[in-house]
Design a protein. Structure first.
Length: 116
């Protein structure tokens, strides 16, 4: 995922947490806020409670890949932050992707086909 499509600064995360909309599922909580950039960006927050660095990085890679593969179906111009819950350790990639699409639809960020 290219750097311009990622949230990297702490103040960007805080802004999305404070001013954004929120939706949750058993695996993670998703926050979204308009950014007026013309493209959407993703930030992933994984606590040390999830596990050691190998586990945390695996979870982040799966979430980023799920976002990347669905990027063309998203409405443009939003910052999205995914805050991970412990249950994500036991989920496979397809479950993560399915839950992400459901939350994107809940937050009205899904512009793709409704049959997906």
């Amino acid at each position: 995922m290219k750097k311009r499509f990622r949230l990297t600064k702490n103040f960007e995360f805080i802004s999305v947490y404070k001013k954004g909309r929120r939706a949750g599922c058993p695996l993670f909580t998703m926050y979204a806020k308009e950014n007026n950039l013309g493209y959407s960006r993703l930030g992933v927050s994984v606590s040390k409670k999830i596990g050691k660095s190998v586990v945390r990085n695996k979870v982040k890679r799966r979430i980023k890949e799920a976002f990347r593969t669905n990027y063309d179906e998203l409405k443009k111009g939003y910052d999205v932050v995914v805050s991970v819950k412990e249950e994500v350790k036991n989920a496979d990639y397809h479950e993560i992707k399915r839950q992400m699409v459901n939350l994107l639809k809940k937050l009205n960020l899904w512009a793709g086909n409704e049959s997906d």
